[in-house]
Design a protein around this ligand. Structure first.
Ligand code: SF4
Ligand code: SF4
Length: 409
């Protein structure tokens, strides 16, 4: 694609990055076929090619309006388009730049502003969110059903093995997950312990930064990244092999720390190192399959049909495909077919709160697809998808690593 960026942006770091990305797009439109918002809304500007065009216009100095923002806001950042694109266009990076510029040129006001401020104040702070979620569960019968459904009952935190193994890894504690599903990291610790690895958390680490980055606050997201790096660094220097992330939405973010802090000379090198050490929990477990699979085989068939929802951040963001499915089959589950498994469930971070109508339609479609093979249970790999799916499902929705831990006994 030919570009002619305006002089004020052309020679800036983000201008150069955006220009390089735009030039890789050949405008073929293959990506529109796999875009969930284009499929639902049928408007070119609600598909990747149209959004790329809007960002190009903005970078070339044409007026930026509320309509520009509307179409960029409707993007789920699911990155299905990146998986389809034959030219390797880094769409999500371009979208970040586009959204940053829209936030500067057409600042939000009124409800849109206050809603985002409330979300980015509450969600990333574990110390605020966990008691708020506990209180919410108590008063669930009095709450509006849309809000109550976001607080499902999940298993309490189970045992966390004492960290006595010679091999050590660090778990990202995160922000909302400990309040909503406290057993996920503990289950990971039990599975890794069975593989001879101790999992530890660093108290001062918290939100990965994705929440604030996605709510027009890239500077806040970078602050979160620096705080986590500082909390993990002593453990890394002491020999921790990896940063294990159990929410795929956070995994994408931590793996990207090097890029996030590339313009910060003080933190750049450490951020690169942490990003390189970040692993989705499925990558860690599959690497230990020589020890874990024989133990799972001993457990025999689970006798349960299961549908796996692969989050966009797992399959499109980190390009991890088929790994969790392999582990679940090894754990004795019978996997049922899921049509259109590349499509987003509509959770997408805070999207389900900010774009409830589109999100609700995507949820209905996803649950219909997941229920095709009449499973008894649904599994996924990201806390956002888990609570979103559970909000519309009578079948239990669990993180796959909890199921694996149960099978290992
Ligand atoms: S598939 Fe890739 S190259 Fe083609 S229009 Fe979409 S982003 Fe551009
Ligand atoms: S990230 Fe997802 S919603 Fe956004 S343009 Fe790409 S496919 Fe469509």
């Amino acid at each position: 694609m030919q570009t002619n960026l305006s002089t004020d942006i052309k020679n800036t770091p983000r201008g150069r990055e955006a220009d390089a990305i735009l030039r890789t797009c050949v405008h073929c439109g293959f990506c529109t076929a796999t875009c969930p918002t284009y499929q639902l809304l049928g408007d070119e500007l609600d598909g990747p090619r149209g959004r790329i065009y809007l960002i190009k216009q903005m970078l070339e100095g044409q007026p930026v309006t509320e309509k520009t923002r509307l179409h960029l806001d409707r993007c789920l950042t699911c990155r299905s388009c990146e998986s389809t694109c034959p030219s390797g266009v880094k769409y999500s990076r371009l979208l970040d730049i586009g959204r940053e510029m829209v936030a500067e040129k057409v600042p939000r006001t009124g409800t849109a502003y206050w809603t985002r401020l409330a979300l980015k104040t509450l969600l990333p702070r574990r110390g605020l969110f966990t008691p708020a979620a506990a209180l919410g569960k108590v008063f669930r019968p009095l709450m509006p059903s849309a809000l109550a459904s976001k607080l499902p009952d999940m298993p309490a935190r189970g045992a966390w093995p004492i960290p006595v193994r010679a091999r050590r890894m660090i778990a990202l504690a995160g922000c909302v997950q400990p309040g909503l599903a406290p057993d996920i990291n503990a289950a990971t610790a039990r599975v890794l312990d069975a593989a001879g690895i101790s999992l530890v958390e660093a108290d001062k680490a918290g939100c990965c930064g994705a929440v604030r980055c996605h709510l027009d606050d890239a500077a806040g997201g970078r602050e979160d990244a620096r705080r986590n790096i500082a909390a993990w660094w002593p453990l890394v220097e002491a020999g921790a092999e990896a940063i294990v992330v159990t929410a795929s939405g956070c995994g994408v973010q931590v793996k990207d720390y090097g890029h996030l802090l590339k313009d910060d000379p003080e933190w750049r090198d450490k951020a690169e190192r942490i990003g390189a050490l970040a692993r989705d929990v499925s990558e860690v477990v599959i690497a230990e399959k020589a020890r874990l699979l024989p133990r799972l085989a001993k457990a025999g068939p689970a006798g349960r049909k299961l549908a796996f929802h692969s989050p966009c951040t797992l399959q499109h963001g980190m390009k991890i495909r088929g790994v969790v499915e392999e582990l679940l089959v090894a754990a004795g589950f019978e996997l049922t077919p899921v049509p259109d498994s590349h499509l987003c469930c509509g959770s997408a971070g805070t999207y389900s709160v900010l774009q409830p109508e589109i999100s609700g339609k995507l949820l209905d479609n996803k649950l219909e697809a997941l229920n095709t093979g009449a499973p008894e249970i649904i599994a996924t790999a990201n806390i956002g998808c888990l609570t979103h799916l559970q909000s519309g499902s009578l079948r239990p929705v669990r993180h796959w690593v909890e199921l694996l831990a149960e099978r290992l006994g």
